[in-house]
Design a binder for this molecule. Structure first.
Ligand SMILES: Nc1ncnc2c1ncn2[C@@H]1O[C@H](COP(=O)(O)OP(=O)(O)OP(=O)(O)O)[C@@H](O)[C@H]1O
Length: 360
């Protein structure tokens, strides 16, 4: 799967751009502030309905406009598909896939699986369990069609349970919700666990190439002690939950543990090594998706050269090429990428003050 056409209208400093990317490596280069990241962000916005930079979606609309429009033609095994997204300053979003209005943004994510690697990707390792849980759930969502509904139900029931706790409800009142909570939690946890197991197999090979001297161990933690029955735990921890006003343990605390020996990975590795670890995780995820449902992800790699020496740039680009996926990489100087590739990038785009030109 790849984007064969991309139209960007009023997204950040890009007034109007039309790109025909290649299905291989696309290099986007230009000076600081020219709009390179904005192109990656526009692709992400089209696939996720939100930005990877700002949680305020209004900020991505060009300052002088009241709406942004993104449009892409996707090349899929079943034929071409057209995706359009319009976002208004009022907050309203319109999404169309092949001319049909789409209500749920998850339909977009299903159509366009995207992997992002930015210089800030370290957050996957540093910023607490939320971003690591999102990483697991990206894979669980794409690999198992049952996951999304179970996950939505976990969130719904958890919200309800927490509300009851805040209202000082008796355990009898909460018990009804706990039965549902346990049922959906089992589903979500099983899919997450299975997913991390499958990922680990692929990950070992990639980490072995990127970081041969570092013994990184990746494991899944479910959010409570795995030896304890979840229904019993909810009952025994009811007094504590009541005192804190929320459910202390459960699937909302699941995590991906990344350790080197007895230390958390972020305490044992350099910044460049951490970037490579994040890249290995993302590449493994894309490869697994291809194996499991025969679907390619699209890779967006912002400022690929930063933090990496020439040898590791080469290794990373080789792994990205090996995925067979469509890749968009940005760099200030094209040589930083061109010199690390065994063959020239399939297509190069130069960005200057929001204007994009293809380099023939
Ligand atoms: N809503 C907006 N409307 C217009 N311009 C914007 C908007 N949001 C951001 N910009 C501007 O868009 C420009 C492009 O930013 P972008 O981050 O895409 O650049 P870049 O080429 O990736 O830069 P760098 O190499 O420094 O990371 C910036 O100068 C920024 O000030």
């Amino acid at each position: 799967m790849s984007l064969i056409r991309l139209n960007i209208d009023s997204f950040r400093n890009i007034q109007l751009a039309q790109l025909s990317p290649s299905s291989g490596i696309n290099l986007i280069y230009g000076q600081n502030g020219s709009g390179k990241t904005s192109i990656l962000e526009a692709i992400y916005f089209l696939g996720m309905g939100r930005s990877f930079r700002s949680h305020l979606s209004q900020r991505v609309i060009n300052n002088e406009q009241d709406k942004l429009t993104l449009f892409a033609t996707l090349n899929l095994p079943r034929g071409d598909s057209k995706i359009g997204l319009r976002r208004f300053r009022s907050g309203e979003t319109e999404v169309k896939i092949d001319g049909e209005k789409v209500k749920r943004l998850s339909t977009l994510a299903e159509t366009l699986p995207i992997q992002v690697i930015t210089p800030e990707s370290f957050s996957l390792l540093f910023e607490g369990p939320k971003s690591r849980r999102q990483f697991i759930d990206w894979g669980a969502f794409h690999s198992d069609p049952q996951f999304y509904a179970a996950w939505v139900n976990v969130r719904r029931v958890l919200k309800q349970r927490n509300q009851l706790l805040r209202n000082n409800s008796s355990y009898d009142q909460i018990q009804y919700w706990d039965r549902e909570f346990v049922r959906y939690t089992e589903q979500v946890t099983e899919i997450r666990n299975r997913y991390v197991d499958s990922l680990n197999e692929l990950l070992k090979g990639i980490i072995g190439e990127f970081l041969p001297q570092v013994d990184v161990k990746v494991s899944f933690t479910r959010g409570w002690d795995s030896k304890t029955d979840f229904a019993q735990l909810l009952e025994s921890q009811y007094p504590r939950d009541l005192a804190t006003g929320h459910t202390v343990s459960g699937p909302h605390k699941a995590d991906l543990r990344l350790r080197v020996g007895s230390l958390p990975a972020q305490d044992a590795m350099s910044r460049g090594q951490l970037k490579l670890l994040v890249c290995a995780l993302r590449i493994a995820q894309g490869k697994l998706l291809k194996q499991q449902i025969d679907k390619h992800s699209i890779y967006l790699v912002d400022d690929l050269p930063s933090e990496l020496d020439a040898q590791h740039r080469q290794l990373l680009l080789k792994q990205l090429v090996d995925t067979g996926a469509q890749v968009f990489v940005t760099a200030i100087e094209p040589a930083a990428i061109v010199d690390s590739l065994h063959m020239p990038p399939s297509r190069m785009f130069h960005v200057e003050q929001g204007r994009v030109t293809v380099i023939e």
